[in-house]
Design a protein around this ligand. Structure first.
Ligand code: FE2
Length: 380
């Protein structure tokens, strides 16, 4: 996904042994069959070993067919469950799910998303992601990327709140940001050195004999029990692994006239993009109108999670708010905001945008919690 790294002990050549009497189990962890990014992991124990598989039904969402601009204040959501069960999906389509997690506790089981890449934005809090690749610390302002298929756990150290996007299609660094060698180009909002990659974690060699992994499929969970430690990797190398990227390390692109959202792009996928609106000086033309002009998202739905700062472009927004501005209906500054913006020199906002090229539907959780009259807020 990002660049080549190596952790721990790996054989000199691929698909060979280090010690004939203590054979390691090599696992290829890769996207698009054998054709895209991959890593090679060396396990102490058989990664395929399992004792029991139990199917667990999953709550599915009905499609609510009512299209309008929406706003929900997720800051009022109560703590609920753990990082995996506690995911409150608010918006979805047949490719992705978007929502928040306000977990109450850590889980004692391991988790693996068999169908989706996962992207989290840390609204606040800190802790560790522990995976077969090692340890990634996280803190406020981090994006956390977990590749589809990764077995992991989370260790929340400081009360944490997350905005999430999970997607059947892979979530990637925009191709236009990369040169032909895969290095991030000059002029992009972040650079290779800004990524935090997994720290090596010593393999767990023995211990209890009862390990539970919850595997997320489309319509159910499969709960696996196995007898050997899950984090048993003595070494690995490759291009595919979890990483974090903090928005404070990014360099927003600014201009003399208003810069459109694509310059704030952070990640891409086939059917959506993720962008970050970050603290930055406004446009420096002496007659500029800093607030974004009215726009008609002809081909996309535009969802924004507001994390911190003053959100000048929208009325009634608070940290934790999510707005959805739908295709087919124009949106822009609410009455009075355009006039108020003139003369403003900078913004301290931190907001994450998910622009989807396929229509978003809302869940009952969203319907039951939204600000009902938001779509009327352009009325004088
Ligand atoms: Fe917009």
């Amino acid at each position: 996904m990002v660049f080549y790294i190596k952790r721990g002990k790996v054989p000199e050549f691929r698909h060979t042994y280090i010690d004939k009497d203590n054979l390691l189990k090599e696992e290829l962890f890769g996207f698009d069959a054998f054709d895209s990014e991959y890593s090679l992991l060396y396990h102490l124990y058989d990664p395929a070993e399992l004792e029991v598989v139990q199917k667990e039904p999953k709550k599915l969402y009905g499609k609510i067919d009512e299209t309008k601009h929406r706003h929900v204040k997720t800051g009022k959501f109560k703590k609920y469950s753990d990082f995996f069960y506690g995911r409150k999906t608010l918006f979805f389509n047949d490719i992705l799910s978007i929502g928040i997690i306000n977990p109450e506790s850590n889980s004692d089981y391991y988790f693996r998303n068999a169908v989706c890449d996962e992207l989290f934005f840390v609204h606040y809090g800190s802790g560790e992601i522990l995976s077969i690749f090692g340890k990634n610390n996280y803190k406020k302002g981090d994006f956390i990327y977990i590749p589809k298929g990764t077995t992991y756990k989370i260790n929340i150290k400081e009360e944490s709140y997350f905005f999430f996007v999970t997607s059947l299609d892979h979530i990637k660094i925009p191709e236009r940001y990369l040169n032909k060698y895969g290095q991030l180009k000059e002029g992009t909002p972040y650079y290779d050195r800004d990524f935090n990659v997994p720290e090596f974690m010593e393999p767990e060699e023995s211990g209890k004999s009862d390990y539970s992994i919850k595997i997320n499929y489309m319509n159910c969970y499969m709960n696996i029990k196995r007898n050997y430690p899950v984090f048993d990797v003595v070494g690995w190398d490759g291009y595919l692994y979890p990483f974090t990227l903090n928005v404070n390390k990014m360099a927003p692109i600014v201009g003399k006239l208003h810069m459109p959202p694509p310059v704030h792009q952070t990640f891409e996928s086939k059917t959506f993009m993720v962008g970050s609106f970050l603290p930055r000086p406004f446009d420096f033309n002496d007659k500029s109108i800093p607030i974004p002009y009215y726009h008609n998202n002809i081909d996309s739905d535009e969802l924004i999670f507001y994390s911190s700062g003053n959100f000048m472009s929208r009325k009634g927004i608070e940290p934790g708010s999510i707005t959805l501005h739908v295709h087919g209906m124009i949106h822009g500054p609410q009455p009075g905001l355009m006039e108020n913006s003139i003369g403003k020199k900078s913004t301290d906002e931190v907001a994450i945008m998910v622009e989807t090229y396929k229509r978003l539907y809302v869940t009952n959780t969203m319907l039951n919690n939204e600000e009902k009259d938001y779509y009327l807020s352009w009325k004088e």
